[in-house]
Design a protein around this ligand. Structure first.
Ligand code: NAP
Length: 313
């Protein structure tokens, strides 16, 4: 039996790439000098695609792969995958939930501390010699007792809440539906933002959540408030965010994700009240290995005719 042929749109970790290489005939579109020529040659035989959250797969690419049976993404987010096109063709889709939850929640807490306690500015103050020249660093704001509003109380949102409690933070949230917990539920992002000192976006990206953090929501977080985004750049109206940060109508922001990645809007890189991270919330060796292994295991289940481990479709 010939090995199934798999198209790599974006690579996995080395060990898992080696496993895939043993089990399948891999075609590296990610490395191809002439991607169109490679596709023209192999497209009719491709049965599986391996991709990532940032790369996804478009409707046109799906249409070009007539034998495609499964798309396995190394991400929990599927906003860059044309799910409607997959569904219409009966193509299975798998993602990597749970294994990345702790790291992403850790990053949210890291960004809260980095932004509210001005950790990067403090580092620069010591490194530049300003401390010796100008005296003590300005006072910052305590976390204890502040209100954290979480937009999207799913796996990651809940893990963020779990980490906020030992810091003495109060938790409020909004989601599509209220959950059975003791946290205060708000019907709309705007109502949640008016209550919050720190507002954290933890929803999926895509059309359903586009600009859910609108100009009104941003202004409701307010001049002493902080916006944290570990969700997707599309969830916030980034132009309104920049405008509010520049005008002092929003106090500060801590961002792991951006409307245009990997080139963040230069306005964000120049603002003093913004902390930045290069979409790296799941970026640890342990988590990326676990995500990559789920891709391998989902493909193995598919080609064995077994139940998928983490199906989206
Ligand atoms: P999840 O368990 O599915 O949770 C998503 C939450 O968002 C749910 O509470 C859901 O509400 C809520 N939600 C969805 N649509 C909404 C809407 N229109 N309005 C309000 N709330 C809405 O997903 P997860 O595992 O926590 O992951 C969440 C997202 O984090 C991913 O999709 C991805 O975009 C992002 N992420 C980012 C990174 C990074 O590196 N920065 C890494 C991993 C994930 P219900 O519970 O009511 O359905």
């Amino acid at each position: 039996m010939p090995k199934p042929e798999v198209l790599i749109l974006s690579p996995n970790r080395p060990d898992q790439m080696a496993q895939l290489d043993t089990l399948y005939t891999l075609h590296r579109l990610d490395l191809a000098k002439d991607p169109a020529a490679l596709l023209a040659e192999v497209a009719p035989r491709i049965r599986a695609v391996v991709t990532t959250g940032g790369r996804g797969i478009t409707a046109a690419e799906i249409a070009a792969l007539p034998a495609l049976e499964i798309v396995a993404t190394s991400s929990v987010g599927t906003d860059a995958i044309d799910l409607a096109a997959c569904k219409a063709r009966g193509i299975a889709v798998t993602n990597t939930p749970d294994v990345l939850t702790d790291d992403v929640a850790d990053m949210a807490l890291g960004l809260i501390l980095m932004t509210r306690r001005r950790l990067v500015d403090g580092h620069a103050y010591v490194a530049s010699g300003d401390w010796a020249q100008k005296g003590p660093f300005p006072l910052t704001s305590a976390l204890k007792g502040k209100k954290v509003g979480i937009l999207g109380l799913g796996r990651i949102g809940q893990a963020i809440a779990d980490r906020c409690l030992p810091f003495g933070l109060q938790i409020g949230y909004t989601a599509r539906s209220a959950k059975a917990n003791d946290f205060q539920f708000f019907e709309t992002p705007e109502a949640l933002a008016s209550w919050s000192d720190i507002f954290v976006a933890a929803t999926p990206g895509g059309a359903d959540t586009k600009h859910l953090v609108s100009a009104k929501v941003i202004e409701a977080i307010g001049p002493n408030g902080t916006f944290i985004n570990i969700a997707r750049g599309s969830v916030v109206d980034e132009a309104a965010l920049i405008d509010a940060l520049k005008g002092g109508r929003l106090g500060s922001a801590g961002l792991d994700v951006f409307a245009s990645e990997p080139k963040a809007d230069p306005a964000l890189t120049q603002l003093p009240n913004v902390s930045l991270s290069p979409h790296h919330a799941s970026g640890t060796v342990e988590t990326r290995d676990a995500m990559a292994q789920l891709v391998v295991d989902n493909l193995a289940a598919h080609f064995a005719g077994a139940a998928l481990l983490t199906p989206v479709l």
